[in-house]
Design a protein around this ligand. Structure first.
Ligand code: ZN
Length: 501
């Protein structure tokens, strides 16, 4: 068995190397690459990704997996060997199920769709994008049929991003969440908002950057195994467990922007840096799902970074950096200002209370399209009606409605719900961390983050893809996916800020 395992690891290591090399080029593309290099870079990345796919889907890999399956059956399922064979088998089957012709058709449809979407959004012409969306939906249906599913067609698409999660589970949890959240948002919209005007004024960008770098160091992001750079859309990428990169953006006129994106990507980065080094150069060296990944980013961004204890520690430092802007603003005023809730039309600008409603709307619509219950032509009207029902707002243009996000133009169906799954799981996990670390709030208030990070590494990060998200949730909290803890957190925090509900 050992010989075969070594052989499998060596083959998979080469696949990882090729993908990591492509990821370095993609990181460079978003950070330092001159614009003129775009076409050449696209070729380079495509070649590496194609080679990685060929290496991975080789017959040898299949033969080794076949032989190793019975040999690893008796091992502990969480052992590296058993996990490697099980997870690689799933990836291998998925990679072989989708025919190359469909992959090529999808790639072409995405290239055209993305280009048309950009123009349609800029010019507010949904009709020009509609045929492309129709094609992308049809190809997703074909892909789902190729991947296979037991219950709902959407299961196959969701599974690409959130392995093991079922549509029915998400639907049940979201229905409960929506029923309770809509009245909360209504109550907040009707009450007096806290003053947040002091956040909108010039804040020196270099000072903002330096402050964010200090926070990254404090919370435990390892700069020996990572770095932070600037990009238009902040992201995290990893080339190995020993090289995990994050990016951020800095808005001179709005203070919370940089720090929230720094902490968000830091949460993703800490997850990747915390994976057991024994999993290096294998498919297990990755976050287990987009939802679990997002639970880590949201935890640091919101549950830590928008909390009172966090600012009890950092606010005096921030005031010292920006005495003219914040010298006369009390900690309490600052805390309320950064937690200001305003229902809006745009998902990426929304706060932690309203965010999930933006996601539920997209989940319902994309699922209905895939199941053939909604036609692409009906989409704008349905979108606007749901916005009104959930958030009390009606978009005046499709650009600030159905055309606002890039995801559908990329053919990514099944991706959106993972954002909300991450929000819900972040609170379920953080509640457990608080139970296990009774002193956690005091630790955060004194700028100590090693307790929380150690807890996350032990319970979540180290496993990489050995355990699926729902398995981690069950092992750590004893519960399945549940909107209750998130709703309780929102009621408690915002009930105090808004004195209303
Ligand atoms: Zn994220």
């Amino acid at each position: 068995m050992q010989e075969r395992l070594d052989e499998l690891k060596s083959l998979l290591g080469q696949v990882q190397d090729l993908n990591a090399a492509a990821a370095v080029l993609e990181w460079d593309q978003e950070t330092y690459m001159p614009d003129g290099a775009a076409e050449a870079r696209a070729h380079q990345v495509a070649t590496l990704r194609k080679l990685a796919h060929e290496f991975f889907t080789a017959d040898e890999v299949g033969t080794l997996l076949e032989a190793l399956a019975p040999e690893t059956q008796a091992l502990d399922p969480v052992s590296t060997e058993a996990s490697l064979v099980r997870v690689t088998r799933r990836d291998y089957d998925k990679a072989l199920k989708v025919p190359a012709s469909l992959v090529a058709e999808m790639a072409e449809a995405v290239a055209r769709g993305k280009q048309t979407w950009r123009k349609a959004r800029a010019e507010n012409t949904y009709a020009t994008f509609a045929p492309h969306l129709e094609r992308l939906i049809a190809l997703n249906v074909q892909k789902a049929e190729a991947l296979g599913y037991e219950d709902r067609i959407y299961d196959a698409l969701l599974d690409q991003y959130e392995e093991g999660m079922k549509t029915a589970t998400v639907e049940t949890v979201f229905t409960d969440l929506r029923a309770q959240l809509v009245p909360i948002v209504q109550a907040i919209a009707e009450s007096t908002p806290p003053d947040a005007s002091f956040l909108h004024q010039p804040f020196d960008t270099q000072k903002q950057w330096d402050f964010g770098m200090g926070v990254l160091k404090d919370v435990g992001y390892d700069f020996d195994r990572g770095r932070q750079d600037i990009s238009t859309h902040p992201f995290t990428t990893s080339f190995s467990i020993t090289d995990v990169r994050v990016t951020t953006r800095v808005n001179e006129q709005f203070l919370p922007s940089a720090l929230s994106s720094t902490l968000h990507e830091c949460g993703h980065g800490l997850y990747e840096q915390g994976i057991d080094l024994a999993l290096e150069r294998t498919p297990l060296a990755d976050g287990t799902s987009l939802g679990m990944h997002e639970s880590q980013s949201r935890m640091w961004e919101n549950l830590v970074g928008l909390s009172r204890p966090f600012w009890q520690h950092y606010y005096p430092q921030l005031q010292a950096v920006f005495p003219d802007q914040l010298g006369g603003v009390s900690l309490e005023t600052f805390y309320r200002g950064i937690n200001n809730v305003t229902p809006g039309l745009i998902r990426v600008e929304s706060d932690e209370v309203t965010y999930n409603l933006h996601i539920m709307l997209r989940f319902e619509l994309e699922q209905a399209m895939v199941e053939g219950r909604v036609q692409v032509a009906e989409l704008p009207d349905l979108w606007n009606a749901k916005m009104e029902e959930y958030l009390g707002l009606r978009p005046e243009t499709d650009a600030e409605g159905v055309l606002q996000d890039i995801h559908w133009s990329l053919g990514a169906i099944g991706y959106f719900p993972t954002y909300s799954l991450g929000n819900l799981m972040s609170v379920q996990l953080f509640d457990q961390a608080q139970q296990d670390l009774p002193d956690l709030e005091n630790q955060i208030a004194s700028g100590q983050f090693a307790g929380l990070l150690g807890w996350l590494q032990t319970n979540i990060h180290q496993y990489g893809r050995k355990l699926q998200a729902l398995e981690i949730l069950q092992r750590v909290t004893g519960q399945g996916l549940d909107a209750g803890p998130w709703l309780a957190y929102i009621r408690q925090k915002y009930g105090a800020i808004y004195n209303e509900f």
